[in-house]
Design a protein around this ligand. Structure first.
Ligand code: HEC
Length: 324
């Protein structure tokens, strides 16, 4: 028994918070400067928030690095304070480490990195989705049961408020799916790997977006028209990507993808804020990191690892937001 326990330990190379070195912090946040190691604690209110959100006690102390970085989503040249920590990751297949960089003042996750044994996860869509992720400070501190209750209400869709909820939930879920497929597609184009799978999947998801829009009672006739134009542009781009990929014409597929990414940006510029403002007061802030709401699932990553990582990110953000 003794030998077995030792073997198991050897296979679990989960690292502790204290193992965070400056070198590792710089790997997690390559754009950060002026990194300083710090140790702090969570105050009583922060500990209570952590326990409500995670269902377990907060750690007694938090080891982290603090520095500054220019954010992808911020004004150019503007530096934000960033904090970096590592959280151990454990799955049945072994242990590892998840590094998180957060800009707490603007509720943005700068990025997440993961290592399991000698396996690194670079350019993996599941982890890329945390880059520039905007979370709600309220939602991240709520218990999971709060989201469950809201999703249940949304599913009933018995009145206009519940229909709005259903439409807003669908939009989140579908956009996260779109993000994973879009990143997978861009990766394949970069590697010159012809595949029509992602364009087909994206077409399906855009169809579902179209359907869900009917639920949004706050959408005006003008909104429907403008939104519809970006949907049409997206569909046309997807047709080009699919045709290009199908014929091995990577130039055409690349061009289609550039058009698609422009359509994503144009529609977001017009509508992201509106949706966020409608969602938040209805209890649908993001920051639960759940596959049935605000996170996409990646068929290329072990499901247990995705769950463990989502929970580890939530823990890390809660610690880094509140540590003093
Ligand atoms: C026709 C409009 C439209 C198009 C085209 C579109 N989106 Fe979105 N997207 C939205 C709206 C609206 C939201 C806000 C949803 C919310 O806040 O719940 C959103 C939110 C998102 C989010 C959530 C993150 C955030 O910052 O709130 C991601 C990720 C996303 N979209 C990815 C994509 C990608 C990738 C594409 C292109 C392949 C794309 N979207 C194309 C309308 C669009």
């Amino acid at each position: 028994m003794r030998a077995l326990a030792l073997l198991l330990l050897a296979g679990t190379s989960a690292i502790a918070q204290e193992d965070l070195t400056e070198e590792l912090a710089a790997e997690i946040a390559p754009d950060a400067s002026g990194l300083v190691r710090k140790e702090g604690k969570l105050g009583d209110a922060a500990r209570a928030k952590f326990k409500t959100a995670m269902g377990v006690e907060a750690p007694a102390k938090v080891v982290y690095f603090e520095g500054e970085a220019e954010l992808l989503t911020g004004e150019s040249g503007k530096l934000e304070k960033v904090r970096i920590c590592v959280v151990p990751l454990k799955t049945k297949k072994g242990g590892g480490q998840l590094g998180v960089c957060v800009a707490p003042a603007v509720n943005t996750i700068v990025g997440v990195t993961v290592k399991m044994g000698d396996q690194e996860f670079e350019e993996v869509p599941f982890f890329m989705q945390f880059t520039s992720y905007d979370y709600s400070s309220d939602a991240i501190g709520r218990p999971m049961s709060h989201l469950d209750a809201t999703l249940k209400k949304a599913a009933q869709a018995a009145d206009d408020e519940q229909k709005n909820l259903r439409g807003l939930v669908a939009q989140q879920q579908l956009m996260r799916r779109i993000q994973i497929s879009s990143d997978t597609l861009s990766g394949k184009l970069e590697r010159q790997e012809a595949s029509t799978a992602e364009a087909k999947e994206l077409k399906k998801v855009f169809d579902a977006v179209d359907k869900s829009i009917a639920d949004l009672k706050f959408f005006s006739a003008k909104d429907k028209k403008d939104f519809g134009e970006w949907m049409t542009e997206s569909r046309a781009s997807l047709a080009d990507i699919e045709a290009g990929m199908g014929a091995g014409d990577m130039e055409k597929a690349q061009e289609g993808n550039r058009r698609l990414l422009t359509a994503c940006n144009k529609c977001h510029t017009a509508y992201e804020t509106l949706f966020r403002e409608k969602r938040e007061p209805l209890g649908l802030g993001t920051g639960y990191f759940r596959a049935d709401f605000d996170l996409g699932t990646d068929p290329g990553v072990d499901g247990e690892l995705q769950k463990a990582a989502a929970s580890a990110v939530r823990k890390a953000v809660l610690m880094l937001e509140e540590v003093k």
